[in-house]
Design a binder for this molecule. Structure first.
Ligand code: GLP
Length: 263
């Protein structure tokens, strides 16, 4: 894992946007895996700005979101459909017919999960997947205890996740109990994964998944098994890492190597 520690959340957003832009410049019809939550919002804002400035185009891009609540209509103010359209898709030159999210209103949820997996396969797989992390180490809605080989499926949310996400709802009781989520195994098939974390509230989860053992109790730790993961942190989220000096040193060398090779 490449661990990049930056001073603040704004720098994290710009770095993540750089990774997206570099890929799309090389591969204009890239397949992007997208995430919701507060963490990637700054990245989306930065990508919108660069799109408006004519620096990048999403015209040929395809996207797949990680997850969606079960039972919320797609036009509900807190559905992930609404989140993505309001915060990203309507502001860029993307073809929304190529923007995919699981259908949390499907009558046959198991079939919907299979359909979603097949759609990703048919698109040739995900080139770049962006992830946030839950305070309990979950990625997408793969809660602690999720199989590290899991595929897209229906998952019950933990009380902690429902409490964390209740800030977006009127009351805790309004937060759905169930979601459709890409599995850990599905996520691990992306060619490149970039995980963002900001703020001290993520510091324990970050330490556990970067420096702890691979364990289904910390689903993000499965990223240790992936050959191309970039973890971009602000200093708050990096606050409990024990090998911080080493990560900074490795990153400095990596940057030197890249500037020599013209990357
Ligand atoms: C939800 C999402 C995750 C996200 C997490 C953290 O549970 N399903 O994909 O990473 O929230 O969100 P935030 O970035 O708001 O802390």
């Amino acid at each position: 894992m490449r661990i990049v520690i930056l001073p603040d959340a704004a720098s994290v957003s710009r770095r993540a946007a750089d990774v997206f832009c570099q890929l799309i410049k090389e591969l204009p019809d890239a397949v992007l895996g997208l995430a919701t939550g507060g963490t990637p919002l700054g990245t989306y804002n930065e990508l919108v700005r660069r799109n408006r400035a004519g620096e990048i185009s999403f015209a040929e891009v395809t996207t797949f979101n990680l997850d969606e609540y079960v039972g919320l209509p797609s036009n509900h103010e807190q559905s992930y459909h609404t989140f993505m359209h309001q915060n990203f898709f309507t502001h860029i030159d993307i073809d929304v017919s190529r923007c995919h999210l699981p259908d949390g209103e499907a009558t046959d949820l198991a079939l919907e999960c299979q359909r979603y997996e097949k759609l990703i396969d048919d698109a040739g797989g995900i080139d770049l997947q962006i992830l946030g992390i839950g305070s309990d180490g979950h990625i997408a809605f793969n809660e602690p205890g999720s199989s590290l080989a899991s595929r897209t499926r229906v998952k019950a949310l933990t009380q902690q996740t429902r409490i964390d996400n209740s800030r977006f709802f009127h009351a805790l009781d309004d937060v759905p109990r169930v979601a459709i989520t890409m599995g850990v195994g599905t996520i691990l098939e992306a060619d490149h994964i970039i995980l963002l974390a900001t703020g001290a509230s993520k510091a324990t989860a970050v330490r556990d998944f970067v420096e702890g053992p691979v364990s289904s109790m910390v689903p993000a730790s499965a990223l240790q098994l992936h050959p191309q993961v970039t973890v971009v942190l602000d200093s708050g989220a990096a606050g409990q890492l024990t090998r911080r000096e080493y990560y900074d040193y490795v990153e400095q060398i990596q940057c030197e190597l890249e500037s020599k090779s013209g990357n």
